[in-house]
Design a protein around this ligand. Structure first.
Ligand code: RIB
Ligand code: CA
Length: 309
């Protein structure tokens, strides 16, 4: 059994971020959690992270970060996650405030004092880019950056996925930093849908929180099934970035060079993935997650839910 990966989750809960936190709390060593504006304003993503950390019994320190992207004005995804950023259940009030509003300081200090740490961003990359810009040495210190974002197609636009689309300047900094990147893009995460049967399995996994979490998933599911042709449930995007580290055997991967477009009229925020079969092409900067064993992934989610106090 490989040792539990040590990580900082940087997130914008968000329904799928919530399950990424729960899975990480059970299978990884979560050294800290930082929040960023994305699915909802920072105050709400931070509140939601506090609620989920309570639910899974995690005492990990929590620090809030950027309340807007580096360049463009903030845009939220309430049409997917609801006004609270995590609609669908009557959730308990959080038990504790965030430990600070200095996520970037926390990321820099923690990476510098902890060898072999993973950064796991599951929202816009603003905090990670700010940390790498202020402390470029982080790129060589981290074990890697396992991010949810991008893909071979978009969702917010035909070309761009929401996390990258919201802050493409930050994404350029991250992909060009020299840090080892593991990327969970939409071509992978759309394979990982919470079907009604899987939601029922989550509900049955815990006598207290099972029904709460199933309520969240059913709200999230309606947002997806109503808006997508052929979907049976919501894509559990962010969980993939955690499982890639805790259960690498669940994935098929490839090695790719990825760049991010920032100036295109129709392609701003697009992750440009070099799939060419050329001997002479840019050096690889990304381990691309290509396929997931979705049943095994959901079994891990249910195991993590069952482990909640
Ligand atoms: O495009 C999917 C991503 O955007 C996920 O991280 C989801 O939580 C939202 O942040
Ligand atoms: Ca997210």
């Amino acid at each position: 059994m490989s040792p539990r990966p040590r990580m900082i989750l940087d997130c914008d809960p968000g329904h799928d971020d919530a399950f990424a936190l729960i899975v990480a709390a059970h299978f990884a060593d979560v050294v800290g959690v930082t929040t960023v504006a994305g699915n909802a304003p920072l105050e709400l993503t931070t509140r939601n992270a506090r609620i989920i950390l309570d639910l899974c019994g995690s005492k990990a320190p929590l620090h809030s970060g950027a309340n807007k992207p580096l360049v463009q004005p903030p845009v939220f995804a309430d049409y997917v996650h609801g006004k609270s950023g995590m609609d669908g259940a009557e959730l308990p009030e959080p038990s504790r405030p965030a430990d600070s509003t200095h996520a970037v300081d926390f990321i820099i200090e923690t990476v510098r004092t902890n060898e072999g740490l993973w950064l796991v961003p599951t929202g816009p990359l603003t905090n990670i880019a700010l940390a790498l810009t202020r402390a470029p040495d982080l790129a060589a210190r981290v074990a890697g950056i396992s991010l949810m974002g991008g893909g071979r197609f978009g969702n917010r636009t035909p070309a761009a996925e929401f996390n990258i689309w919201l802050d493409p300047e930050a994404a350029v900094t991250v992909f060009m930093s020299g840090a080892p990147i593991t990327m969970a893009g939409l071509h992978l995460t759309h394979e990982f849908q919470a079907s009604p049967e899987r939601i029922a399995a989550v509900e049955a996994s815990h006598p207290r929180v099972g029904s709460l979490l199933a309520g969240l998933l059913r709200f999230f599911s309606k947002s997806y099934v109503d808006r997508h042709v052929g979907f049976v449930g919501p894509a559990m995007h962010d969980v993939c970035s955690v499982l890639a580290l805790t259960h690498p055997q669940m994935f098929q991967t490839s090695q790719r060079y990825v760049a991010v477009d920032v100036h295109g009229n129709h392609t701003r925020g697009m992750t440009v993935i070099d799939d060419r079969h050329l001997v002479d092409r840019p050096a690889v900067n990304t381990t691309m997650l290509e396929r997931i064993d979705a049943d095994a992934g959901f079994a891990a989610i249910c195991e993590a839910v069952a482990a909640c106090p």
